[in-house]
Design a protein around this ligand. Structure first.
Ligand code: DOR
Ligand code: ZN
Length: 345
């Protein structure tokens, strides 16, 4: 039997929601991951340090008994965010990053930023105190095709912001295009990118060929095959500017399987198995630890986890649940479309 031992992984982009969904899903992350950057797009969003502290308490209260898991909290950037509150949140050790959602880009982003100029005082303060900005890198202009939103964002928003504030540390989250990969590679400093599990596995055909498959719909939407291949090459390269952010985003099935379904793919259950499969296919199992456990902490200025995790390759496919049942309803688990033989213990 093949086994693989890694430092315990972290998830640098995770949606845990709240209430019954939080209670139903948190164990799937705390089973394998030591820490995660928690997205603030609740209803209402997590906009102040006090909101983040209360949300962190609710997350810790929902943890299964005996699990150790550290939620790394983020603030949802608005045009009214107070730089003093952000600085206090950082100084108290509670806040790990601030999240920029361009208004309208995705789930619960309507309170996000329309005019970046209005957020400049906060961004300047963040640059000064070394607090990273996590970016949902898509424009929302109706004229821009949804498959081009990331590339246009890089050109018209991100690059300008980086020229204006080169000292600001920016994480381009869930990169989905070769354009994003190239842009990050071409930068000398203060830019890194997270990559999801599912974007390494599906391209846009998975959503649309042979019928519409809502459980493969997420934002940024999966792109053409050449983009998926660029993501795989970056993730498995060992380049420390790329690391795992699953963007595991649970929605109960009725909210996905309807005329206007929500964006989000629930991957927390089988992410480590999917990644071992992908890295093995790319002959890069030796780079898996960098992607899941080393490059992320280095970027966020944290130590890698001391604890280890073991992955074993089975002769028979591992049986994952196809749904996670919660008090709020069932959530479909990501189906990679092939059997998984690696099991994370
Ligand atoms: O697919 C997504 N789902 N992308 C996002 O940016 C948000 C997330 C969610 O919160 O459901
Ligand atoms: Zn997300």
């Amino acid at each position: 039997m093949k086994t693989l031992t890694l430092r315990r992984p972290d998830d640098w982009h995770l949606h845990l929601r709240d209430g019954a969904v939080l209670e139903g899903v948190i164990g799937d992350s705390s089973r394998h991951f030591a820490r995660a950057i928690i997205m603030p797009n609740l209803v209402p969003p997590v906009v102040t340090t006090a909101d983040a502290r209360a949300y962190r308490d609710r997350i810790l209260a929902a943890l299964p008994a005996g699990d150790r898991f550290e939620p790394l909290m983020t603030l949802y950037l608005t045009e009214h965010t107070d730089p003093r509150d952000v600085e206090e949140g950082r100084k108290s050790g509670l806040i790990t990053a601030v999240k920029l959602y361009p208004a309208g880009a995705t789930t619960n982003s309507h309170g996000g930023v329309r005019d970046l100029d209005k957020a400049m005082p906060v961004l300047e303060r963040m640059a000064k105190i070394g607090l990273p900005l996590c970016v949902h890198g898509e424009v929302t202009t109706p004229e821009v095709d949804i498959f081009d939103r990331e590339a246009v964002f890089i050109e018209t928003v991100l690059d300008l912001l980086r020229r204006r504030l080169p000292e600001l540390k920016i994480t381009m989250e869930h990169v989905t295009t070769a354009d994003g990969i190239d842009y990050i590679k071409s930068s000398k400093s203060n830019l890194a990118g997270s990559i999801t599990t599912h974007h390494l596995i599906i391209n846009r055909n998975a959503i649309l060929v042979g019928g519409i498959r809502p459980h493969y719909y997420c934002l940024p939407v999966a792109k053409r095959e050449n983009h998926r291949l660029a993501l795989r090459a970056a993730a498995t390269s060992g380049d420390s500017r790329f690391f795992l952010g699953t963007d595991s985003a649970p929605h109960v099935d009725p909210l996905k399987e309807c005329a206007c379904g929500c964006a989000g793919i629930y991957t927390s259950v089988n992410t480590m198995s999917c990644l071992a499969h992908v890295f093995e296919q790319e002959n890069a199992l030796d780079k898996l630890e960098a992607f899941t456990s080393l490059s992320g902490p280095a970027w966020y200025g944290l130590k890698p986890n001391e604890e280890m995790i073991t992955l074993e390759k089975r002769d028979q496919p591992v049986d994952f649940p196809s749904k996670r049942d919660t008090e709020a309803g069932a959530i479909t688990v990501f189906d990679p479309g092939f059997p998984l033989y690696w099991e994370a213990l």
